[in-house]
Design a protein around this ligand. Structure first.
Ligand SMILES: *[C@@H]1O[C@H](CO)[C@@H](O)[C@H](O)[C@H]1NC(C)=O
Ligand SMILES: *[C@@H]1O[C@H](CO)[C@@H](O)[C@H](O)[C@H]1NC(C)=O
Length: 390
């Protein structure tokens, strides 16, 4: 099974408020606008001045409200606000003077999952089949499994957690586990294409309250499209339970939430809400996606998404700050570079690149000045295994 270059970073801390209320959106009949208003302005006054319906605050963004309007070709808010600006010199009071920013929402393609592209033509991985496991390392592996009561059937194949062949080329987590740090009290949100929360390996750690499906407007982020597998795989690397199925996650006692945004068209407003979803409890937002890795796209989060990330960093996790982790990108073959991606080059995200089980730079993994850390992933003819065997 191939994985995107991501292994969860886990920090501990707790608590705060619950999730914000979410409205169903009907983009066939309605337009939606996000308005940023002066803090002392009643959004209902602005809504009635414009003849729109106030649907409430946008996620966790103070002063930002979603307004609903019947479908129209033009931007009705901008038209009215500009009209008022032209007349402002004539004096008078107008509640529209409180509008600091407005954006008509557009359904657009979702961001792209970071899947590993096939190797370049004529590329032969240096597969070192002949390498044998080290006897001492195998003994240590066995003793760790006994001490921690690990009986997951494919734990022995999880070289990224404990590598008995290329010694030292793993995340060196077993000592951390033995000291009692296994992800307890930590919550990771997988922002992706869904989460198979009823699978035997994720069910014990599933965190329902922090989960939401923004693509299908429902509480459970269940995968529904045949291609909705990426989020579940990434979740397994982080939080697959220690039990008798498959392998374990690097933080096997952590809680895992699923926030589904990659499976259908989405608006910037919904993506912004997703990035702050239950942000007092969801501590880490794992994001293995972004603009296309084609070496030509230069794209960045829209202004509302940027504001949501800043809001998370300043107010999330009870003021400690939400942790946004992004994959650096898998477009190195196309000369892509994570400096050209506004999610990875943001100072509010942690950008993670890949190395393979021999410690080599894999052909797909992008590098750039924003890359803060690398961890193990596919390459040298092997990949990470955690949950599913195909
Ligand atoms: C691996 O982790 C242990 C603590 O669990 C630490 O003592 C050791 O130095 C680490 N090894 C490397 C190579 O960082
Ligand atoms: C988890 O949180 C509880 C309650 O705050 C605390 O008693 C416990 O020590 C924490 N466990 C870890 C491993 O941090």
């Amino acid at each position: 099974m191939k994985f995107t270059p991501f292994v969860g970073l886990v920090v501990g801390s707790l608590a705060g408020l619950g999730a914000s209320s979410l409205h169903h959106r009907d983009h066939d009949s309605n337009d939606y606008y996000v308005l940023h208003l002066d803090s002392n302005t009643d959004p209902d006054h602005v809504a009635s001045r414009l003849g729109l319906r106030n649907e409430g605050q946008l996620g966790e963004l103070a002063g930002h409200f979603v307004f609903r309007a019947p479908k129209a070709d033009h931007d009705v808010v901008r038209r009215e606000v500009e009209e008022r600006r032209r007349k402002r010199s004539l004096g008078g009071v107008d509640v529209l003077d409180a509008v600091k920013y407005s954006q008509k929402q557009k359904l657009r393609a979702p961001m792209q999952k970071r899947v590993i592209p096939s190797p370049p033509h004529g590329f032969f991985p240096q597969r070192k089949r002949a390498d044998a496991a080290d006897d001492e390392a195998l003994k240590k592996q066995k003793s760790v499994m006994q001490t921690l009561d690990i009986s997951d059937p494919i734990f022995n194949e999880q070289w990224h957690l404990f590598n008995p062949i290329q010694l030292g080329h793993d995340v060196n987590v077993t000592g951390v586990w033995l000291s009692g740090i296994t992800g307890k009290n930590a919550t990771v949100a997988m922002v992706d294409d869904g989460l198979d929360m009823y699978s035997n390996d994720l069910k014990p750690n599933y965190y329902a309250f922090g989960s939401w499906d923004f693509n299908d407007n429902r509480a459970e982020p269940r995968p529904t499209l045949s291609d909705d597998r990426h989020g579940t795989r990434c979740a397994g690397e982080v939080s697959a339970a220690k039990n008798d199925v498959c392998g374990v996650g690097v933080a096997y006692d952590s809680k895992i939430a699923g926030i589904r945004i990659l499976s259908k068209q989405i608006t910037d407003a919904d993506e912004a809400t997703a990035m702050n979803y239950d942000y007092q409890h969801n501590q880490i937002y794992s994001c293995s996606w972004g603009p296309p890795d084609d070496g030509r796209s230069m794209d960045a989060p829209g202004i509302l998404i940027k504001r949501a990330m800043l809001n998370g960093v300043q107010k999330g996790r009870n003021g400690l700050g939400s942790v946004y982790v992004f994959a650096s990108g898998n477009g190195a073959q196309s000369d892509d570079n994570c400096n050209f991606d506004g999610y990875t080059n943001s100072i509010y995200s942690i950008t993670v690149g890949a190395i393979d089980r021999q410690g080599l730079h894999p052909y797909y993994s992008e590098k750039c000045s924003a890359q803060l850390v690398v961890t193990y992933s596919s390459g040298s003819g092997d990949a990470i295994v955690s949950q599913f065997r195909t």
